[in-house]
Design a protein around this ligand. Structure first.
Ligand code: GDP
Ligand code: CA
Length: 340
């Protein structure tokens, strides 16, 4: 294709999305993606429903994971937070006995949250704060090839209801971060609540980034608490359904479980079959009122392709383990090949 995709928009969560983005950028610059211009630009619309106020600081886990990953500041082993991190602040807070003690607030990371909180206090919206933070992280590494947009400037938080025998109602609603970090998603999430989502406004540039894109990609991010929340922002799902750009996604589920993370627990709680086809059909084909044109599943799930095709999706199977940038770029190439 001569005039390929120039503008790619990715709806991303944290770790899964960030890893995918690294491979996508690698594929773009090496010219290995079908129909994609080597000068293509990527707009990342990131989930902000994981955001939490901790010790008076506004923490945005998914924005920061994408920013630190693409900015080469991420701790590669943990997959979140800063490399060469220290924990003196956390230890001091624990010595005071102040809650929450389960949240991993690293010394280097704190600086990011201080800058963000100060700017928010001064009246800047999260989108402008993010742009300012990205000047440090993205400008030197990916330059203007990547733009990072929060899905909304409004406060949206995912909360989870869990069983609690000690509570009069028999259940307790906690922030998603507490469910994930303190409880390690080890108990069933009876309900997932997206506080503030219905009343949120899409962040500046978000709807246009989808409408004006040449290609929209749903990376293998959590379909409920990452991509699901982005799609839940009013006008975003509609923009994805209506864009002239093809929309393609990659399965975060391989076999009957997620690769890393907690997609399994979240899908179960909203009653979606935990399988690559289950997630693809949950998103649905745009021809049938959904948000996807194509859906890529792992090679081991090749037997689910026919079911996806019957649901109106272009579907295929390819290795979906993001083991290194080459493997992830090959995943992106296979996904894009489905719709180009
Ligand atoms: P989070 O916000 O940090 O939870 O990250 P995301 O929502 O962006 O992505 C989390 C999802 O990525 C998990 O539910 C995993 O299923 C998925 N994931 C992580 N690594 C891989 C991988 O190598 N291959 C695939 N297909 N999915 C992955
Ligand atoms: Ca997340």
């Amino acid at each position: 294709m001569q005039h390929g995709f120039e503008n790619i928009t990715v709806l991303s969560g944290g770790m899964g999305g960030a890893k995918f983005l690294q491979g996508l950028l690698h594929g773009i610059s090496s010219g290995s993606l079908p129909g994609v211009s080597p000068d293509a630009r990527v707009t990342v619309v990131a989930n902000t429903a994981d955001d939490i106020w901790v010790h008076g600081l506004k923490v945005c886990p998914d924005l920061d994971t994408v920013m630190y990953t693409l900015g080469d500041g991420i701790d590669l082993e943990r997959g979140w937070g800063r490399r060469d991190e220290g924990w003196k602040v956390k230890d001091e807070l624990a010595a005071y006995g102040v809650e929450p003690t389960w949240f991993g607030l690293g010394d280097r990371d704190v600086a990011t949250h201080l800058v963000r909180t100060q700017m928010l206090d001064a009246g800047y919206p999260l989108s402008q704060v993010t742009e300012a933070l990205c000047r440090r992280w993205l400008a030197p590494t990916v330059g203007d090839r990547v733009r990072l947009l929060p899905m909304t400037d409004d406060r949206v938080e995912t909360h989870v209801a869990v069983r609690d025998e000690e509570s009069p109602s028999g259940r307790r609603v906690i922030h998603f971060q507490e469910y994930w970090i303190r409880l390690r998603a080890s108990v069933p999430a009876e309900t997932v609540l997206f506080v503030g989502l219905e009343d949120a406004t899409a962040g500046p540039g978000v709807v246009d980034a989808i409408t004006d894109a040449d290609l929209v990609v749903l990376p293998p991010s959590n379909p409920v608490v990452s991509v699901g929340t982005i799609l839940g922002v009013p006008r975003v799902r509609e923009a994805v359904a209506a864009t002239r750009a093809p929309v393609v996604g990659l399965s975060p589920i391989i076999g009957t479980s997620h690769v890393r993370g907690m997609a399994e627990q979240m899908l179960t709680s909203i009653g979606v079959e935990v399988s690559a086809a289950g997630v693809g059909l949950h998103y649905g084909a745009r021809s049938a009122g959904g948000v996807l044109d194509g859906w890529l599943v792992d090679s081991s799930d090749a037997d689910q392709v026919a079911r996806l095709q019957a649901g109106g999706l272009a579907a295929a199977a390819a290795p979906l383990w993001m083991t290194d940038h080459d493997a992830t770029a090959a995943m992106a190439a296979a996904a894009i090949g489905l719709v180009s």
